[in-house]
Design a protein around this ligand. Structure first.
Ligand code: HEC
Ligand code: HEC
Length: 241
């Protein structure tokens, strides 16, 4: 090969490598990605909890499968086999989004054996990338927003629970309009909120709609986002001023 041809060949090869050989963007039907959430997303409040729940066990401090991690900014944004995994402003071209939507062959994330993500969660990550993929600098625990009972939790209880667990009516002898009564629990389940211990707080199972013994399960199922708020409220100590 003459020199210019060799150079061209090398340039083409490096482009292929930079773009990745794992998938071809123009063969992907991006209309299959679940729609982006229409709300303005906040990294600490909306996005990081999703990474924490669905990704960090394989892409975090203990394991970095595929040499990728979602617990540090550098780790999440670095280029991998498919080029840059996150292209701010372009969810439809970002390998990470295409992977969670299951559109890259054999690269569904989380992998099939793990708990799948909901369309809403994918929609939040997609909106985050489209809105510029803002990831504030600094260690994560410091910028995780504190859940505030009066602002974040009380309105949920008031809207969805108080009609049957309030002053007028206390189904199961459980009420959510008073701190002491709520933290004590009801007649069958006993204590359902264990401050600092979401894994032992059966309230979370009840409001995820996963307790099939409860009458009217549909009245007990809250939106994923609300369940996550209540989970974090409990994790942060179930503070009820
Ligand atoms: C059960 C483990 C597991 C979980 C959970 C998981 N992954 Fe993965 N991930 C892997 C493995 C294994 C690979 C490497 C696959 C390969 O290269 O064939 C990988 C690769 C990746 C890659 C490609 C890395 C690169 O640059 O080549 C991205 C991006 C990714 N995962 C994102 C995620 C996201 C986002 C989540 C959460 C929504 C997630 N993964 C959850 C196991 C997991
Ligand atoms: C339409 C009425 C209704 C609404 C709304 C409702 N519940 Fe219930 N709840 C019930 C009934 C009925 C029971 C079962 C009572 C029994 O077994 O005697 C119950 C039981 C419970 C129990 C178990 C109490 C025990 O026996 O120890 C908990 C905890 C609970 N609900 C929490 C909630 C929460 C949290 C919400 C709001 C997301 C909510 N409920 C909304 C009717 C309701």
């Amino acid at each position: 090969m003459k020199r210019p041809a060799l150079l061209l060949f090398a340039a083409a090869l490096s482009m292929v490598l930079a773009q990745g050989v794992g998938f071809e963007l123009d063969k992907i039907d991006v209309s299959k990605i679940p729609p982006a959430s229409k709300e303005k997303v906040d990294f600490a409040r909306d996005v990081y909890p999703i990474f924490k729940e669905h990704c960090i066990s394989c892409h975090g401090p203990d394991k970095q499968k595929g040499k990728y991690r979602t617990d540090t900014k550098d780790g999440a944004f670095k280029a991998g086999e498919n080029g840059f995994n996150i292209l701010p402003g372009h969810s439809e071209k970002s390998p990470m989004i295409l992977m969670i939507a299951g559109l890259i062959d054999e690269m569904l994330m989380p992998p099939p054996k793990a708990e799948p993500m909901t369309k809403d969660e994918i929609g939040i990550l997609r909106a985050w990338v489209d809105q510029g993929a803002v990831w504030p600098d600094g260690p994560i625990p410091e910028f995780i927003k504190k859940v505030e009972f009066v602002r974040d939790i009380q309105p949920i209880f008031e809207k969805s629970c108080i009609e049957c667990h309030g002053a007028a009516k206390q189904s199961g002898e459980f009420r959510l309009d008073q701190k002491d009564a709520a933290l004590k629990g009801g007649k069958t389940y006993g204590q359902v909120i264990k401050a600092g211990e979401p894994a032992k707080s059966t309230l979370l199972i009840i409001i995820s709609g996963k307790d099939e013994d409860l009458p009217q399960p549909e009245k007990h199922k809250l939106a994923d986002k609300q369940v996550e708020l209540v989970r974090r409220w409990i994790e942060q100590g179930a503070v009820w001023p």
